[in-house]
Ligand binder design. Structure first.
Ligand SMILES: [Zn+2]
Ligand SMILES: [Zn+2]
Ligand SMILES: [Zn+2]
Ligand SMILES: [Zn+2]
Ligand SMILES: [Zn+2]
Ligand SMILES: [Zn+2]
Length: 421
């Protein structure tokens, strides 16, 4: 308890801010780890669709390897670790040939190399076109970064190559109105998106839609979730800003927002996809939704792209398009589980489960106690609540709480106990 209040920076925090921060940090950690409890090396599972990955600058300073959560904790404890958030199609490298004499404590028998893994400068602890670390030691206030869903690098807003930050689709509160972002470099291979209806582009941005066709579409996506799935890299959690707790709760429930109408697309929709949203059913599509051979599309001008919720569902799955995705190595776009939104959705479900289990365990522990013990615990809680309430009432909540305030609460409690005994 003391430690939390020792740091001088922490002195400027109010009680509510502190509690919100703890909650938000917990939620964020759970979202990134995707329910992985960090006990076993994930190597045995093979290339995972998405998992949290860490790079150890102590062992592999050139950024040639990545390790799973469990390995980052067990094998690289005390090393200089970079947290890379999640990466797709990755298999834990811990202790393989890239690590020299170093052995993995959890799963030592690995192949010399994981040929399918890909590594970018993030593994050296560098991000964006400017190649800076995150957090950046030369910058006072860390700016949030946006992740490209294709190269999975992270970018500073001002390095996205936009004419103005207004081009980023956001609501009045500054929450992102897009689900996926594709960086300028990667957009060069996305000319196949040109004939798609406007519904695939996130509404709200002030960009003049040169990349999308000029088709007017009635069914413009209204519901573009601003949940954590938008690939934001923030210093303090997914809670987007100051009202941490409220946001965290909203995010937890965010997935229940009905999106049924969302994936209706332009003129070709009824014929080819109809109301079907699942990728599975639409797998064997014979007519191309695009109405053009994707190979004949001219390369469009490279421009950062902001995509709406469920845009991946609309992607054509005809034979020609599938061939094109494979050729471009972007077939993962058709896999729902590839998206951060889906990953976080599953993470939230696992988190809920975990919290419920915890609650259940606490309750069953409590129920096993005898009557006297139960009463003592309940009285203890009541005393603490009462003491805390008194403290809060006498305390100006806009002021900062210090460690001596906390000590005082416990001292008062101890005095009370002594009086009772
Ligand atoms: Zn591992
Ligand atoms: Zn290491
Ligand atoms: Zn390991
Ligand atoms: Zn940058
Ligand atoms: Zn990219
Ligand atoms: Zn097609």
């Amino acid at each position: 308890m003391d430690g939390a209040f020792e740091d001088e920076n922490e002195q400027t925090i109010t009680i509510n801010e502190y509690l919100n921060k703890v909650e938000a940090e917990e939620l964020e950690a759970d979202l990134v780890l995707g329910g992985d409890e960090g006990k076993e090396c994930t190597y045995a599972v093979g290339y995972m669709k998405r998992q949290a990955i860490f790079s150890c600058l102590t062992c592999t300073p050139d950024g040639t390897a990545g390790v799973c959560t469990a390995c980052s904790l067990s094998c690289h404890d005390g090393h200089e670790i970079v947290e890379l958030w999640t990466k797709r199609n990755f298999r834990c490298d811990c202790g393989n040939s890239k690590f020299g004499e170093f052995f993995c404590k959890l799963f030592p028998k690995k192949d010399v190399e994981n040929a399918e893994n890909s590594y970018n400068h993030n593994f050296k602890g560098l991000y964006c076109t400017c190649g800076r670390p995150y957090p950046d030691p030369d910058v006072e206030e860390q700016e949030e970064m946006i992740q490209c869903i294709m190269c999975e690098d992270w970018f500073h807003e001002e390095h996205l190559d936009l004419e103005s930050a207004n081009e980023i689709p956001r609501d009045e509160e500054g929450e992102p109105l897009y689900e996926d972002f594709i960086c300028k470099t990667c957009s060069a291979i996305c000319s196949f998106l040109t004939p798609y209806p406007r519904t695939i582009w996130a509404a709200g941005g002030k960009r003049d839609d040169a990349t999308a066709s000029n088709r007017k579409d009635k069914n413009v996506l209204e519901d573009v979730s601003s949940a954590c799935g938008s690939g934001k890299l923030e210093n303090d959690a997914c809670s987007h800003g100051s009202s941490g707790d409220d946001n965290a709760m909203a995010n937890l429930n965010g997935d229940s927002v009905p999106v049924a109408e969302a994936s209706v697309i332009g003129e070709n929709s009824e014929k080819n996809i109809g109301s079907d949203q699942s990728t599975k059913k639409a797998d064997l599509q014979s007519t191309c939704v695009l109405g053009v051979n994707p190979a004949t599309l001219l390369v469009s001008e490279s421009k950062p792209l902001f995509l709406s919720k469920n845009w991946r569902d609309i992607l054509c799955k005809c034979e020609k398009c599938l061939e094109m995705y494979n050729h471009k190595h972007i077939i993962y776009l058709l896999d729902k589980e590839d998206s951060i939104a889906e990953y976080e959705k599953m993470a939230k479900e696992k988190r809920e489960e975990k919290l419920q289990k915890q609650e259940g365990a606490e309750l069953s522990f409590f129920n096993k106690l005898g009557h006297v013990e139960k009463m003592e615990i309940l009285n203890g809680i009541a005393d603490f609540k009462e003491e805390f309430r008194t403290f809060l009432e006498s305390f100006d909540t806009s002021k900062t709480i210090t460690s001596s305030d906390v000590h005082q609460i416990f001292e008062n409690l101890a005095k009370k106990r002594r009086r009772v005994e």
